[in-house]
Ligand binder design. Structure first.
Ligand code: ZN
Length: 444
């Protein structure tokens, strides 16, 4: 029985999966995987060699790779003879299904044996080094091993969470089924509008819709993007939609009117800091003279990361007199930002390097003329320091300035709203809901 026949014989199934047979050098010229579409749901998470193999298949043995152990040692420990262990793995290596130099400790390997005890013979090996994928090496009647790659049929579903914040958005979202990455993404959307330490209050409401990739049995394979983020609270009432404009391809979040969440510069290029000294005249803590303080000070523990306030090019990153370790970034339209008293610079930060908004450029310290760990932050326009806190900064992109792009956005926005409303109709209470994309309930 050929492998293909074996696999095709796997019936009793409902949806379509794609399966890749990897040609073996002895019998196939093609080394590239050949996609075979079957009318079968091969949920990778449940597929085992037993399901694939002949019914008299015997014993399954399982082990996880230990640190510094090689795969061949593991397969031998499971009871395969040296030659079978080597041949079964060589088939996987030659087909590029497993890179022997990059096998993570902890990788689970299943081995299937025919026969008993000492005389048991390795029939197949299987492992999964990536969600949604199952790799096998299967003994053929001639004693050779054939590599197989089985891919679960996956699809994105939208998940919606609406909740009232009791403790934090993080805890509330996790308790509703979101994962760390979605909460981080959600917070990033609001980074320009909100200080999460100060501006979130118990009783505020939030909503997020995110994609999740699942196999046909609904098992989680991986998380996808947040596509909608909204807060309805004391400090802010705002909703953002994920959208990639067709002209510049820069994915961002846009509010109902098509204004980007991302602004030109961040007001507070540091998390969790306390504003300790404003721009303006004050008695200098070291010299004692009354002089203009040309920046804003944020007190924060030594080592707290400092972010690039906007996209730009590093003009200098060096020791600079009383400023201590100092970074200055040049942005568009005559704007610059400067960061002083750093403990040290971020990885790879040096003059001439381009940075993106949010990149770590250094860490809070107390170098130069400084009385304690803080970030001294300056915004300059055409070389002159201005008050960053009261400055009306240029906003991010406004889609209303590009009518065609705005029309694209409005379609995407309507699609996301339809998902949300669909979810509401299906929802029991306000808990999280899986929404099948493609359902198009009446537009709001
Ligand atoms: Zn200062």
């Amino acid at each position: 029985m050929t492998s293909l026949a074996l696999l095709t014989a796997l019936a009793g199934v409902t949806t379509v999966s794609t399966l890749y047979l990897v040609g073996q050098s002895r019998e196939a010229e093609a080394q590239t995987p050949v996609p075979v579409t079957l009318a079968t749901p091969l949920a990778a998470t449940v597929l085992t060699a037993e399901e694939l193999g002949d019914p008299v298949m015997a014993e399954r043995r399982e082990a996880a790779l230990r640190p510094r152990q090689t795969l061949i040692e593991l397969v031998e420990d499971l009871g395969a003879n040296r030659s079978d262990a080597a041949l079964s793995l060589k088939a996987l290596y030659e087909a590029d299904l497993v890179d022997p130099r990059r096998v993570p400790a902890g990788l689970k390997v299943n081995a299937y044996f025919r026969g008993d005890g000492e005389s048991a013979q390795l029939a197949s090996l299987s492992m999964s080094n990536e969600a949604g994928k199952q790799i096998m090496s299967r003994r053929m009647p001639d004693g050779s091993f054939r590599p197989l790659l089985l891919r679960a049929h996956t699809e994105p579903v939208a998940r919606r969470i609406t909740a009232t914040i009791d403790t934090s958005i993080y805890e509330t979202a996790l308790s509703k089924g979101a994962r760390d990455q979605q909460v981080v993404d959600f917070a990033r959307v609001f980074a320009f509008d909100l200080d999460f330490q100060r501006d979130i209050h118990p009783g505020d409401e939030f909503e997020m819709v995110y994609e999740e990739i699942v196999d046909e049995r609904g098992n989680h394979v991986r998380t996808g993007d947040v596509i909608y983020a909204a807060i309805n609270g004391k400090a802010l009432d705002k909703a953002y939609y994920r959208f990639t404009p067709g002209d510049d391809g820069m994915t961002d979040f846009f509010d109902t009117n098509g204004d980007a969440a991302t602004k030109f510069l961040m007001k507070t290029p540091i998390n969790g800091a306390r504003l300790s000294s404003n721009f303006g005249y004050r008695r200098h803590p070291i010299s004692g003279y009354n002089k203009l303080h040309k920046g804003t000070d944020f007190a924060a523990p030594s080592g707290t990361p400092i972010y690039a306030a906007g996209h730009g090019t590093i003009e200098r990153a060096n020791r600079y007199g009383g400023y201590g370790n100092y970074v200055r970034i040049q942005h568009k339209n005559g704007y610059e930002t400067a960061y002083a008293h750093m403990l040290r610079f971020g990885p790879g930060i040096r003059s001439g390097r381009r940075v993106r908004q949010g990149d770590i450029i250094g860490y809070v310290g107390s170098t130069g003329a400084s009385t304690g760990p803080h970030l001294h932050y300056e915004v300059l326009i055409n070389g002159k320091q201005v008050n960053a806190m009261t400055l009306k900064l240029p906003t991010g992109r406004k889609l209303s300035e590009s009518p065609e792009i705005l029309a694209e956005f409005e379609q995407v926005r309507a699609g996301i709203d339809a998902l949300r409303l669909g979810g509401q109709m299906m929802a029991s209470g306000d808990s999280d809901t899986a929404i099948e994309p493609g359902d198009t309930p009446p537009a709001p």
